[in-house]
Design a protein around this ligand. Structure first.
Ligand code: C2E
Ligand code: MG
Ligand code: MG
Length: 251
């Protein structure tokens, strides 16, 4: 039933929209933003992404949903002249389901959208999760290199929660790591969490990757992560995901 409702809302362009969660540098400038999809269903009300994204992935609706998000982000970016030039904003991140990478035409379809809106591919960074590779035999390397040749950059989301993450770092063109909230939660009291976080930060630095801590909820977490050299911080302490016009106000 939920799949049918989602299909209908996607077809009619109802109830699906994008919110933005700012990413801050240590000086508290907004330098990035993560686009997060929202579904306000006429049948179910607000449905959380963790509930409807898997349904979209299983039913093949993820392609249409993913494209809707990309188009909305590009429209938002376009609506404000000089958005990047007049602020510290460097890129907007979009979550990409690994199911979308099974489309051999993905890179060219995305490029067409960017060209239509006249936006440079490096203004958008695509986040994907390592665990998403596990349940399918797809070799993502070709798609990743095709997309990075175009100028798209990638971020490995929820780092540390899946498997073989280190081989992805070696084999795929990745610019950024996001430490999962579950490790940030334990800062500063939990010794395993702080050890994992500081090791991840120093690994990212040595590999020349940017590092984002997600789920930063307390000042103590912010201060600890900043002292360890974490580049970017995202979480409810600074801002929840918000609508674009509110984001622009903060920016
Ligand atoms: P994610 O990509 O890891 O996104 C981070 C999630 O953590 C978001 O949940 C965000 O609202 C939440 N979050 C951020 N800071 C805090 C904090 O300080 N405390 C707490 N408790 N939570 C925080 P959201 O928006 O519900 O999204 C959940 C997941 O759904 C995302 O995890 C992502 O995997 C997926 N998702 C969201 N939008 C899209 C999309 O457009 N496409 C795809 N394929 N997946 C999406
Ligand atoms: Mg994400
Ligand atoms: Mg994440």
């Amino acid at each position: 039933n939920m799949e049918a409702a989602l299909r209908q809302d996607l077809q009619n362009g109802n109830g699906l929209y994008v919110v933005y969660q700012p990413q801050y540098n240590q000086d508290k400038y907004i330098v990035g933003a993560e686009a997060l999809v929202r579904w306000d269903s006429s049948v179910y009300g607000m449905v959380p992404p963790v509930q409807f994204i898997p349904i979209a992935e299983e039913s093949g609706l993820i392609d249409a949903l993913g494209m809707l998000v990309v188009k909305q982000v590009l429209r938002d970016i376009c609506a404000l002249d000089g958005l990047f030039e007049r602020s510290h904003l460097q890129h907007v991140s979009i979550n990409l389901s690994i199911k979308q990478l099974t489309d051999p035409n993905l890179a060219s379809r995305l490029l067409a959208e960017f060209q239509e809106q006249n936006i440079a591919p490096n203004k958008v960074r695509f986040e994907f999760t390592e665990s998403a590779f596990l349940d399918n035999a797809l070799d993502p390397k070709t798609m990743f290199s095709e997309m990075s040749e175009i100028g798209f950059t990638f971020s490995l989301d929820d780092f540390g929660t899946g498997f073989s993450s280190l081989s992805y770092l070696k084999d795929l063109p990745i610019s950024e790591l996001k430490i999962d909230k579950s490790f940030v939660d334990g800062i500063p009291e939990n010794e395993s969490d702080t050890t994992i976080c500081s090791a991840t930060i120093s690994m990212a630095q040595k590999l020349g990757l940017e590092l984002v801590a997600e789920g930063v909820e307390t000042q103590a977490q912010f201060d600890w992560l900043a002292a360890q050299g974490c580049d970017l911080l995202q979480g409810y302490l600074m801002s929840k995901p918000i609508e674009f016009n509110i984001f622009i106000g903060l920016l």
